[in-house]
Design a protein around this ligand. Sequence first.
Ligand code: PEP
Ligand code: MN
Length: 366
Amino acid sequence: MPQTRIQELRREVDQINLEILRLLSERGRLAQEIGTIQSSLGMSQYDPKRELEMLEMLVNANNGPFDDSTIKSLFKNIFQASMVTSQASEKPKFLSSRAAREDTVVMIGDVAVGNGHSPVLVAGPCAIESYEQVDLTAEFVASRGVKLFRGGAFKPRTNPYSFQGLGEPALRWAREVCDKHGLYFIAEIMDARDLDVCLDYVDVLQIGARNSQNFTLLREVGKTDRPVLLKRGLSSTIEEWIMSAEYVLSEGNPNVILCERGIRTYEQYTRNTLDISAVALAKLETHLPVMVDATHSGGRRDLLVPLTKAGLAAGADGVMVEVHPNPAVALSDQKQQMDFDQFDDYLEAVGYDKKLSAHRHEIYGF
Ligand code: PEP
Ligand code: MN
């Protein structure tokens, strides 16, 4: 007899379980609807005051057999689950997010960047200082198999009285020597007012760390279809950096390459701290190619090889370094630019020669 009673009671419990499930699902749907309205109003979905009110109401209505703390903990779990559901349904679908599309490949002329293509090397002087300087450097790096040439004509300097870059003539010289030596040209644009002149000369528009959150500039380059190399801001979080990319993408330009260039930390031995996890995370969170600037991160010539290897091991799609015919007399970044012999040693040490793709596995193990 007691066995039959147990079975009867269990059948009732089963019915109640199903009823609780129905009510939980109904509750979840209501929470989702509330979440949608809240996010349309820009309100946070987490409302601790409202949670306390609901718990108080439940405790007041509790007639046992569960004690108040058990009821509270059960319902807190329900609140938590509803919040996760409503947030998941409301998670914004950013154009930059990995879920938005397959990996982006940015084409710079015939050079493919991203989605497993061999990592690219960007090399050239910090600043374009003279026709001769840029011609010598371009000829040299091109002879080593480099395809992407960098050089600044508008330099973002801390001190307004230090060398600021030579502007349009510098862009013109660099364009000429890049054409002469079969290189593509990357240069920083600092001001939206320079967009037309930059578009006349450069293949890739670089947004520097200091302008990484210049939203007007980001929108303007977003209105073009020119590849954009977007540095991470000096103190930008990874989210802020990705949102900067979102500005460019949202204007219709899909050709964005992210570039980790070190962030400001308390460390003094390096100019900035190369954030390797940001490289891996940017690859995980977005579909965009990610590069590492080994030069401005460490700010030291003796770190260029290990930082390059670290960046590539973390999955970077390319690396940037600075090369100058005579760094000792360079007008900017003397400490980190390599001369031609040092660049040869660097190429050998990182295995970054024309045969990189063939050697990639034995050098980096992936
Ligand atoms: C540069 O690449 O020339 C430069 C100034 O770098 P960053 O904006 O990363 O400091
Ligand atoms: Mn520099």
